[in-house]
Ligand binder design. Structure first.
Ligand code: GUN
Length: 633
């Protein structure tokens, strides 16, 4: 099988932009493969490419069954048949067998045929698992599909094999199927058996299926949602880690006189104007489209529908770049009750999804309402706050909300004259005061929360204060931030009492953390978290046992990394499963000696699957000399 070289180019939680090689060119994801029926092409390839299509899917079963198409494809290849020289995926006839129950070819025959006609991604003849199948029947579909994958001779060099994940609505079976397919020679993993759910807008059930498939599949293989091309659900599917879709819906809906929009579909008979983005806008009036003959109308509406799909995809890609996909989904969920139902289901997985979220995002956090409380970032923060908020806390109201200016209204002095946790009322929760300059506590735009009345708490006014200084606010602040970043208790190990904290003269914010004249860490202005120096990394390494916070690299790679070069995935031997994407990691050699410190591109769960691209962006190697305090800002 050709090397896929699946490489991540950007990420937002489980959502990612990526690229991978096929024999006829690179596919950039997320993307949609428009379905081409070689018997009845509705739109020209050029028209579809101009809307954004860069790869297509067609059906090898349909080609093989027609003498004319088969001859042409066997002689000149599927690319010539379709008239497109870029990546083409072929499906196997499973869906036809599901609908018409008659497929006259065996798995091996249809895979061999796809290879022969030069398909870039060939699909085995999987067994379609219906949503209403019994567990037993669905299990048969999973196991039979797996054995059909194994029946294909290994080492076919000219096509990527697609191994569908089946298992109906049963999470245990989806998990098993995802694991089996990931371990097989399949380089590409479509989630199958979901068309009936998509057709019935059962997006909540799809959430369960996608999550149980995705989280148990290899993270370095593209995940495709078979038949999932409706623009309504695309953003949710991408949020959950789907990379590729196919869509016959642009033609199917057009045939029925229906138009796709990013929040649903509408009948042509019920709309008054065309949206400005539609390729039909300015060309035809709605009345003119209504009066077209059936064939013409189908073509016109197909064009509009495909544009709606690619528009949505375009928006999603930009959202991944800006890391605002979650906000987009949150907003979009309100556009249709079935989407909202699915969104609520997604929130039930927040504890799990949190593990794939970066330490912070590029964009400000939007807080809308109590549903925002269940989003992964708030879940992460709330878990942390609960774990350190015991011990008769002092509760601070909005009047104490002065990030970067703790000395105002005597707050710093009060803090230093008490030994109790100081918690800040923030949205619908209480967060440690020490985190007030970190993401998302500070980088938030909020519609406002209502903190429920807490029991057994004291307000600042009622707090008995000691005459003497009991603790230092700055030291506690940097320790708590370190605890959040690296685990509870690490802060104290990293920053002992003798630590010196320096502040920016311009902003008054903490910048450098020193010990015995050596810089240990700096606080990043954009998210309030630490970037470690080599000295700081040494202390972190001493504070936690292997493999915690470590990425172990080959000794060959270590030589380069020690000079400050990035770590490539292919040189990673092992890594800590609990690494948070975007967090500081210790690059160590095979003897667990510190080589460099950098920022992990992916979470610990994902790292081990990747072979292509940069895994750790190194900011300092051990051979690069001592760091100085950052210059004045
Ligand atoms: N097209 C839509 N659903 C499926 C599926 O489950 N398997 C295959 N091979 N193609 C599909």
């Amino acid at each position: 099988m050709p090397e896929l070289n699946f490489e991540i180019t950007g990420k937002d939680g489980l959502a990612r932009t990526a690229k991978f090689k096929t024999p006829h060119g690179v596919i950039e994801t997320p993307t949609i493969l428009p379905v081409i029926n070689p018997n009845i092409p509705t739109l020209g390839i050029g028209e579809m490419v101009s809307l954004g299509a860069r790869a297509f899917i067609t059906n090898s079963y349909i080609i093989r069954r027609s003498e004319n198409l088969r001859e042409k494809a066997e002689k000149n290849g599927v690319h010539s048949l379709i008239g497109f020289d870029g990546p083409i995926m072929t499906d196997s006839g499973t869906f036809q067998s599901h609908v018409y129950s008659d497929v006259e070819y065996t798995n091996l025959e249809i895979v061999e045929f796809q290879r022969k006609i030069g398909s870039d991604i060939s699909t085995i003849l999987d067994v379609f698992s219906e949503p209403d199948f019994s567990h037993e029947k669905a299990e048969y579909a999973v196991m039979e599909t797996y054995s059909r994958m194994n029946e294909v001779p290994q080492g076919v060099e000219d096509t990527i094999l697609a191994g569908p994940i089946q298992g109906s609505v049963y999470p245990d079976l989806r998990k098993r199927s995802a694991e089996l397919m990931s371990s097989s020679q399949a380089g590409y993993l479509p989630i199958g058996g979901v068309v009936p759910l998509l057709e019935n807008y059962r997006y909540d059930a799809l959430v369960d299926i996608i999550i149980s498939s995705k989280l148990n599949a290899s993270f370095s293989k593209p995940i495709h949602l078979f038949g999932g091309g409706h623009p309504m659900f695309l953003s949710m599917a991408v949020l959950l880690g789907v990379d590729i879709f196919d869509s016959a819906s642009y033609v199917k809906y057009a045939r029925d006189g229906r138009m796709l929009f990013s929040d649903g579909s509408k009948e042509l008979s019920r709309i008054s104007t065309l949206p400005r983005w539609s390729p039909l806008y300015g060309k035809y009036s709605v009345k003119e489209i209504r009066e077209m003959n059936a064939e013409e109308r189908k073509k016109a509406l197909s064009l509009h529908n495909l544009a709606a799909i690619f528009n949505e995809l375009h928006e999603i890609k930009e959202r991944i770049y800006q890391q605002t996909l979650w906000q987009y989904v949150e907003t979009k969920a309100r556009s249709h009750p079935y989407l909202f139902k699915a969104y609520r289901r997604i929130l039930e997985y927040s504890e799990i999804l949190e593990k794939y979220e970066d330490l912070s995002k590029k964009s400000t956090f939007f807080y809308f309402d109590r549903y925002s409380d269940s989003t992964p970032y708030i879940t992460r923060l709330s878990n942390f706050s609960k774990s350190i908020g015991d011990g008769n806390p002092v509760i601070l109201g909005d009047e104490h909300w002065h990030p970067g200016r703790p000395h105002e209204r005597g707050l710093k002095a009060a803090y230093e004259s008490s030994d109790r946790p100081f918690l800040l009322k923030w949205q619908n929760m209480l967060v440690p005061l020490e985190l007030d300059e970190t993401y998302p506590v500070e980088q938030i735009i909020s519609a406002g929360g209502q903190v429920p009345a807490a029991e057994n708490v004291t307000s600042l006014q009622e707090t008995p204060l000691s005459e003497t200084k009991l603790r230092d606010f700055d030291i506690h602040r940097v320790r708590t931030i370190a605890d959040y970043q690296f685990g509870i208790g690490i802060g104290e190990r990293l920053f002992p009492d003798e630590t010196v904290v320096t502040r920016s003269r311009n902003t008054g914010r903490i910048r450098g953390i020193f010990l015995a004249g050596k810089l240990l860490a700096t606080l990043r202005a954009h998210d309030g978290f630490f970037t470690l120096t080599v000295e700081g990394a040494r202390r972190l390494k001493d504070a936690c046992k292997a493999p915690k916070h470590r990425v172990m690299v080959t000794d060959d790679s270590a030589e380069f990394n020690s000079k400050g070069f990035n770590v490539f995935f292919k040189f990673i031997i092992s890594s800590d499963e609990s690494i948070i994407a975007g967090n500081e990691v210790l690059v160590v050699n095979s003897k667990d000696e510190l080589i460099a410190v950098g920022k992990s591109v992916l979470s610990g769960t994902e790292i081990k699957y990747f072979r292509s691209g940069v895994g750790v962006k190194v900011h300092k190697g051990i051979l690069q000399g001592e760091e100085k305090e950052p210059g004045p800002d």
